[in-house]
Ligand binder design. Structure first.
Ligand code: APR
Length: 312
């Protein structure tokens, strides 16, 4: 079987880490794409990674480029093009800068990689993935946003630390938009089946929920730019689910057409990812409080989507 082709659009912090993971996990050959001003930077990262592969023994080619022709025919595209947050900024503050970038990427992806499974990471995530789908007209199975896996990983880590459990045993789920109104769903959080509500008190859980919601901002505050290790691992898990037809149930930003009572909106919900892309949107029961939180989160996403739509 020929090797798969992984196109990474944006060769910055997340793009570089994505490339490293894609090579070491041998997902396929990797194309690190960036704008012409960053082409040599992308080429340098690619060469560095290929040299690393001579030590790790990973059989994968990595190239850096600013030519979309080199990305053509990619099986998976992971989009990190755009600028990340700086301290004090919300993800929504990025919309003006990142909207023209996502439009440029969408137009080229449509032309050169019409069959790719696309995972968008650029922020504000839910609005950017919405715009990508709107602009390309791609089916909803093929365009997904990465946020829920990352937010759930943050939630899981905090729960593991608070309970003293192994991170391997924590199951945590965050739904809704990738913003401060995201919905960590305590009813679906367990330590290998044991509900976390039985292990931690209300106050402690409330603090963990709050820290999860602000999890990205905490790192921006510390580093001056946004996270890249955990975001990259999260998107690679989604790409592997697609390439390996794993049928994993993962929270991800999916295009809703009536599910959960929302229409024409991208938001984090549990989905099944396999060879068909987003093969299923799973509807889980939510209590009144969770439904109200999801509504608040959806309203926040809709506000940014309205800005995107007003821009033409
Ligand atoms: N096409 C391709 N790449 C682009 C384009 C474009 N039109 N415009 C900008 N880029 C590139 C930049 O040149 C930069 O190299 O995207 C890259 C982004 O890399 P970083 O600045 O290091 O940002 P990163 O931390 O990787 O985050 C990227 O993901 O999580 C989100 O909020 C984050 O929106 C940000 C994105």
């Amino acid at each position: 079987m020929a090797r798969k082709k992984i196109g990474l659009i944006g060769a910055g912090n997340i793009g570089g880490e994505l490339a490293n993971l894609a090579v070491t996990r041998q997902l396929g050959d990797v194309v690190l794409f960036d704008i012409p001003a960053k082409e040599n930077f992308a080429k340098g990262k690619a060469l560095d990674l290929e040299q690393a592969s001579a030590l790790t023994g990973a059989d994968a080619r990595v190239i850096g480029t600013s030519r979309w022709e080199d990305v053509a025919g990619a099986d998976v595209l992971i989009v990190t093009a755009g600028i990340p947050r700086k301290p004090g900024q919300s993800r929504d503050d990025l919309v003006a800068t990142n909207l023209p970038i996502i439009r440029d990427v969408a137009d080229n992806a449509k032309k050169h990689c019409p069959d790719a499974f696309v995972i968008v990471i650029s922020n504000p995530l839910d609005a950017m993935v919405y715009e990508f789908k709107r602009r390309t007209g791609a089916p909803r199975e093929k365009v997904v946003g990465m946020a829920g896996v990352l937010d759930s990983a943050r939630f899981a880590l905090f729960l593991a630390r608070a309970t003293g459990a192994s991170v391997k045993d924590v199951r945590a789920m965050v739904l809704g938009g990738h913003g401060d109104d995201m919905v960590p769903v305590l009813n679906y959080c367990t330590i290998n089946g044991v509900p976390v509500r039985q292990l931690l008190g209300k106050d402690e859980l409330a603090k963990i929920v709050d820290r999860t919601r602000k999890g990205g901002g905490e790192i921006v505050g510390l580093m001056g730019t946004s996270a890249y290790y955990a975001p990259a691992v999260s998107a690679i898990a989604m790409a592997e689910a697609y390439l390996g037809d794993q049928k994993r149930l993962l929270p991800a930003a999916a295009y809703l057409q009536g599910e959960y009572g929302y229409d024409d909106l991208y938001m984090g919900v549990p989905v099944v990812i396999g060879a068909g892309g987003v093969e299923k949107i799973v509807t889980v029961e939510l209590d009144d409080e969770e439904r109200a939180m999801l509504k608040k989160s959806a309203d926040s996403v809709q506000k940014v989507v309205d800005i995107v739509k007003a821009a033409g």
